[in-house]
Write a protein that binds this ligand. Structure first.
Ligand code: NAD
Length: 286
């Protein structure tokens, strides 16, 4: 039986979510995507027009099939949580059933149970501000979009996940070492995500025989990372200082993700797994 994967946080072909989808598709999984509501139209249009066809190519020469794209806004758990102005916003009014609870229900109705849940999303409205200058609103927004969104997704998807399944998220080393420039409470949000990985691994392991891990990925010039403003500097820094002096490809993170959600990793849960050319191990810039 083919496995079904729901990947939240894909809105173009540049980010880690897209690469993870490709690695899972190459391994034979059926791919369902969750795309941020404001980015949905352009993503679907680009897909239809074949803009991503080159990067849909899998190692065996076939193109990755996407069974369905679901609109999603992971800062809202159910329709009662959505403020009026968002409901009326024309980018949101055009889509429906995009709160976490509704997306899980739609996936269940369309495809039944799934095996793999991927969280590849983050957002911090004040990411460019130092923590010392971050407002309460900005800090809580970062935590809501980047940390609680994972708790909520797993909470709502666990009941429709087959025992033996697995879930992963993406984190960043700014959670444990100071990375000047990764502000707005995003470092705090990643620390929460990593701590939650351990607790959720316990709870989802006991409750549903589901494994929960997170990948601490090295720098990639994705759309989200470009919004932070210093990604090119981080990529250069990694190239100079990491044990492996090579570009970090999104596909390398995709492949590690495919391993972690596969039976090859059947005893790995609650872990932070570094996929960063080894940069995290260094104590001195070279
Ligand atoms: P990306 O832009 O491809 O992915 C982020 C996605 O989150 C986007 O598709 C965006 O539309 C979506 N999103 C934002 N707010 C959302 C919401 N409320 N609901 C639903 N979706 C929402 O960028 P990426 O860098 O590949 O990010 C994926 C994950 O990888 C993130 O968790 C990020 O923190 C993590 N990460 C990235 C890097 C890097 O250098 N790029 C390094 C380590 C970890």
């Amino acid at each position: 039986r083919g496995k079904k994967a729901f990947i939240a946080g894909v809105a173009d072909n540049n980010g880690y979510g897209w690469a993870i989808a490709k690695s899972l598709a190459a391994a034979g999984a059926e791919i369902l995507l969750g795309t941020w509501v404001p980015a949905l139209n352009i993503f679907e249009t680009s897909l239809k027009r074949g803009k991503f066809d080159d990067s849909r190519m899998l190692p065996n020469g076939s193109l990755m099939e996407i069974a369905k794209v679901y609109p999603l806004d992971a800062i809202y758990d159910s329709p009662e949580d959505v403020p009026e102005d968002v409901k009326l916003n024309k980018r949101y009014a055009g889509a429906k059933n995009w709160t976490v609870k509704e997306v899980a229900e739609c996936v269940k109705n369309d495809f039944g149970n799934i095996d793999i849940l991927v969280h590849s999303l983050a957002n911090g409205s004040e990411v460019t501000k130092p923590l010392l200058e971050t407002s309460r609103k900005g800090y809580l927004a970062a935590i809501s979009a980047s940390s609680y969104s994972y708790v909520s997704l797993l909470q709502h998807f666990l009941p429709i996940m087959n025992p033996g399944g697995a879930s992963i998220s993406l984190t960043y080393i700014a959670s444990e070492r100071t990375i000047p420039g990764y502000g707005g409470g995003m470092s705090s949000a990643k620390a929460a995500l990593e701590s939650d990985t351990r607790v959720l691994a316990f709870e989802a392991g006991r409750k549903g025989k589901i494994r929960v891990n997170t990948i601490s990925a090295g720098p990639l010039g994705s759309r989200a990372a470009k919004a932070i403003g210093f990604i090119e500097k981080m990529i250069d820094y990694s190239y100079v200082n990491a044990p492996l002096q090579k570009e970090l490809l999104a596909d390398e993170v995709g492949n590690a993700a495919a391993f972690l959600v596969s039976p090859l990793a059947s005893a790995v849960t609650g872990s932070v797994v570094y996929v960063d050319n080894g940069l995290n191990t260094m104590g001195l810039a070279t």
